[in-house]
Design a protein around this ligand. Sequence first.
Ligand SMILES: [Zn+2]
Length: 231
Amino acid sequence: MLFSSFKSLVNLVFPRLCILCFSETPNEGQDFCVECLINMPHTNHFRKRNNAAAQKFWGRIPVEDIASVLNFYDYSDVRWMMHRLKYEGRKDIGLVLGLMAGKKMLKSPFFNSIDLIIPIPLHKEKLIKRGYNQSSYIAKGINEILQIPIREDVIKKSVYTKSQTIMGRMERIKNVFDSFELNDKNSIQGRHILIVDDVLTTGATIEACARKLLEAKNVKISVITVCIARS
Ligand SMILES: [Zn+2]
């Protein structure tokens, strides 16, 4: 009670801005303005099994359930929102988008048998530089809705991979393929793992991480990303 009245006071003095377009939000506690809520570029992935995200992994790795929450176009508000999450310290955006993903998973006919959530790990050096792993915050939001445990001790990124933006697809895959290391194979045996990442572009990082996790016996992989890059 005390906390909520403090929160409303904060909102009065510093009105909460929409995390997509920076307009003032109409009501306390809302993360998006009405216009952004109406025009949010949702995907159809939570109702459609052979969706655009699933297609990225056809012929590459076995994936049970997969979905991205939002479509991500160049120079769009969503793109800049993801930039703020990743590079401007806005961990809160990760949490909000994770909650959004969790609610969609809850309503979806898929994602029914997930045992644990693994956010794509960052290399230690990158983690120190950035101060946080954006995917961990997305995972926290999902955990809050679905109450499925997060495991960040199972797999680590042991090789620092170069920035991938200027590389071609094959080069990216080679670059990340051997960069993950499995710490505790036995503890994930027979589990259905949900891999969480921010943006799905080529899928090379997710593929590499999944391949590593699949080295454990009878593991099943599902994937959630907040965005999928569309052209
Ligand atoms: Zn807005």
